[in-house]
Design a protein around this ligand. Structure first.
Ligand SMILES: NC(=O)c1ccc[n+]([C@@H]2O[C@H](COP(=O)([O-])OP(=O)(O)OC[C@H]3O[C@@H](n4cnc5c(N)ncnc54)[C@H](OP(=O)(O)O)[C@@H]3O)[C@@H](O)[C@H]2O)c1
Length: 264
């Protein structure tokens, strides 16, 4: 039976780069996101360039009913997913209490609930099949509280903690779980989260998505628990463990403030 890697949020940014990096390794793909045209042209391009099977499913993962439909289709279908890449995610920025609640809820539905349900459903199928691999995309944000992006940082802390817990739980069943924690990456994430990326670009702090994807795939092959691309980024969790928590909150707020739209 052919096996597939399912990648959420494959229509742009890091998800798109991960799809290409996995196709290069000869992986068949199931690409999931909301933008049909982007998914269709990517699936077509990757199957032609790398001779793999690339399918796509249009799904708003922040809509629980649509997610249920996707999970049912996957459970009833013949295709075995041996790699799940939970990449789809959004950010919000500014004072939490002033944000539109709908968008904050969407963040929780996507970054936390959809990721957890996919780990639950596909993880279960992997256990039945005696093995598989899950890669969840968190962020360096997972290691600290993030004033002015509180909900986003908290969602990534959840992803890191869930992934580490599942890694231990599922190891005896042959299911390997890794979590990717990138620093800032040059993707539409900033624009989509209404954040300015120029201050990061000016200081050359934005990583290339293709490079991050390559390191993620390498980390997966080595079955790394926590994959942090870039040596400078790898120092951050160590420093955060030593620094007083109040100082961490203060510095993080100071770092995020210049990224907010000017009127904020
Ligand atoms: N860029 C960074 O600096 C950075 C750093 C650390 C971690 N990350 C994480 O990396 C992951 C990928 O982000 P990115 O930087 O590549 O940003 P991006 O370019 O904005 O990509 C986000 C992806 O998620 C999909 N998506 C958004 N809402 C969705 C929904 N409701 N249902 C299904 N798919 C949805 C988008 O596709 P559609 O619009 O087609 O649905 C898109 O493919 C996220 O989890 C993000 O938190 C990013």
């Amino acid at each position: 039976m052919p096996t597939y890697a399912l990648i959420t949020g494959a229509s742009s940014g890091l998800g798109l780069a991960l799809a290409e990096a996995l196709a290069r390794k000869g992986r068949n793909l199931i690409l999931v996101a909301r933008q049909r045209e982007a998914l269709e042209s990517l699936a077509c391009e990757l199957s032609q360039r790398f001779g793999i099977e690339a399918l796509f499913r249009v799904c708003d993962l922040a809509e629980p009913m649509r997610l249920t439909g996707l999970i049912q289709e996957l459970e009833q279908g013949e295709r075995h997913i041996d790699l799940l890449v939970n990449n789809a995610g959004i950010g919000t920025a500014g004072l939490f209490v002033e944000q539109d609640w709908g968008r904050e809820q969407e963040l929780i539905e996507l970054n936390i609930l959809a990721l957890s349900r996919l780990c639950h459903a596909i993880g279960n199928s992997m256990v039945q099949h005696g093995g598989g691999q899950i890669l969840n995309i968190a962020s360096l944000a997972a290691f600290q509280p993030g004033p002015l992006m509180s909900n986003y940082f908290a969602s990534k802390a959840y992803v890191l903690s869930l992934s580490e817990g599942l890694r231990h739980e599922l190891a005896p069943y042959g299911v390997k779980v890794s979590v990717l924690c990138p620093g800032p990456v040059a993707t539409p994430f900033f624009r989509n989260s209404l954040l300015r990326s120029e201050p990061l670009a000016r200081h050359k702090l934005l990583a290339d998505p293709e490079e991050v994807a390559l390191l993620a795939v390498r980390g997966l092959e080595k079955n790394r628990a926590i994959i942090i691309p870039g040596w400078r980024n790898r120092l951050i969790p160590l420093l955060l463990r030593l620094a007083p928590r109040a100082l961490v909150r203060h510095i993080t707020a100071k770092t995020i403030r210049p990224l907010l739209p000017r009127q904020a």
